[in-house]
Structure formats: C-alpha cells, structure tokens
Design a protein around this ligand. Structure first.
Ligand code: ZN
Length: 294
C-alpha cells in the first residue's frame, strides 16, 4: 500500500520529469486545491515530459486537521525518513524517493492553521551553480512577489533532498491562517503552469513578471522560520502589525499576555524589514515564532 497517491501525467514524449507536491503539512489547503485543478486540466496540454502530482503527501496529518501526523514529527524536518520508522518517517522515505526521481521539483505550502505567510517562493542557495540557476529560473517563472534564497545547510526538508541531489527546486508559501484563499489557489495554479511553460512542457505565453523583491541570504540558519521573535511564555498574542507591513528595528511588534493576566511582555523587532510571517492564531506557546521579518 502506498502512503500517498501520485497522479502521473505522461505526454509519452521525451522531456523533463516535474514533481509537484502538496500537503507535506496536513493543514495547508491551497496547495491541495491547486493539485486537484492540475490533475483535472493538465492532461491534454502536456507536450513533452511527465508531471507527477501529489495532492496530499501527509494524509494522516490532513485527516487530523493539523500540521503533523500522530507521531508529532514534522515531515519537513525528518527527510530522508526511514521505511521502518513511524508513519511520518515512512512518508519521508517515500517522499525522498519521489523527489530523487525528479528533474525539477516544486513543493507547495502555506502558513497552515497558526501562521500566515506573505506569498513567496524560496530555494536553498545550492553550492552547485547549475542547480542554483535552475532554482532561480523556477522561482522567477512561478511569479510570486517575493523570492527568498536561503541557507542550503538546513536539514531534513524536501528542499534539502533536492539540494543534496542537485535537483533545481522551489517551495512556495501563500497565506494560511486556517483558511483556503481562492486567490491563493489561482496564483498557485498559474505559478505551476508558468513553470511548465518555461520548461516548454506546455504551450503558454509567460505573463509579465510580478516579482518585486529578490533576497538571497546565505547566512547560516536563514530561512528557518520557527526561531523569530519567540513568545516569552504561553499566552495570548496581540499583534500591532499586519502581514506585509514595514517595520523598523526596535518597533513594538505586539505583546503577549499570560492567560491568568499576571504577566505581559512586548515583542521588539530585532531587525528592520517586511513582516513575512505572522502568527495569526491568538494562542501562543512559549518559544513559538510570532513574527518573521525579512
Ligand atoms: Zn508547510
């Protein structure tokens, strides 16, 4: 029994193998809707190569309505997984094999239940120049406003597997906050079709670029979203800024108040920039990232 379903659309003609996955985290819905739309509509358009589409990699997490499956392991941190391990380890192993079969790879995400993320595409800054240039081309074609190249040394992710195997790859993020944005679904479908057009796998005129910002930050740990402005204790978060706002170092981003009301703390911006990720769920646990600034 396979752990997840892969829909393969094969043109029957030579060309690249593009893998697109959704649902590495079970509570990220725009990617799943996007894959369903591609399964419905791509067949007759495909001129060369083949496309492998996974509507939901982490099915147990999806059915639980949460980011992670019952073993509480983050599928985006444990790759290459283990075929003999717990459910997430097994899925990680199967996902790793699928990624290794790709010539190009796209992994679609959102902020899930608790976070909202400014629409962006990202990639590891692979030391292999050809793979990196391939990832840059994918990100440009995908055509979201923000492009973020980050530390390639981060381990355990789908992107880490692609990077280790020098496969050009991008991930994408689009809002979240426990919602499924219709515009997010449309932009994800367009992004995937743009990449297919750029790779000449379908006939598609590339739209005008909507890319506004490209940041490539090779410093160690860049791109790790869980460590920014951690909540000092469990409590209620009151943000003073919204996603996409510009802030300056030293600004009070928001506050956390303990649930018994006895403690209150301000969250101070550690750098200037744009709010890229916001903890939209009002309850925060000690150590949770509240704001990510890039
Ligand atoms: Zn995710």
């Amino acid at each position: 029994m396979s752990l997840f379903t892969t829909e393969v659309i094969d043109s029957g003609k030579p060309g690249p193998h593009l893998v697109i996955t959704a649902g590495v985290h079970g509570d990220e819905f725009e990617p799943m809707q996007c894959i369903h739309a591609l399964i419905d509509g791509l067949g007759e358009q495909l001129l060369s190569g083949k496309v492998s589409l996974v509507p939901c990699v982490n099915i147990e997490a999806f059915l639980l309505g949460q980011r992670k499956a019952s073993d509480d392991l983050d599928l985006a941190r444990i790759c290459p997984g283990d075929p003999e391990g717990s459910i997430t380890m097994q899925v990680g192993h199967a996902l790793t094999n699928l990624i290794k079969s790709a010539d190009y790879y796209i992994d679609l995400h959102t902020g899930g239940t608790r976070f909202s993320v400014l629409p962006l595409t990202g990639y590891p800054l692979n030391p292999d120049a050809d793979a990196l240039e391939g990832s840059r081309k994918l990100a440009k074609a995908f055509n979201l406003p923000f492009i973020w190249g980050t530390d390639w040394r981060l381990k355990g992710r789908s992107m880490s597997i692609a990077c280790e195997n020098n496969i050009p790859a991008i991930y994408a993020e689009y809002l979240g906050g426990a919602q499924c944005s219709p515009q997010g679904v449309i932009d994800y479908i367009d992004g995937c079709l743009n990449v297919l057009g750029m790779l000449e796998m379908i006939d598609r005129e590339q739209p005008a670029s909507r890319v506004q910002t490209v940041v490539e930050d090779p410093s160690e740990g860049s791109g790790h979203m869980q460590v920014c402005h951690p909540a000092p204790f469990d409590g209620l978060l009151t943000p003073h800024y919204s996603l996409g706002d510009q802030v300056n170092q030293g600004d009070v981003l928001g506050s956390v108040r303990s649930i018994d009301g006895s403690e209150s703390a301000e969250l101070i911006a550690g750098q200037s920039g744009t709010i890229l990720v916001l903890h939209t769920f009002s309850m925060v646990r000690e150590g949770d990232a509240t704001f990510v600034i890039a």
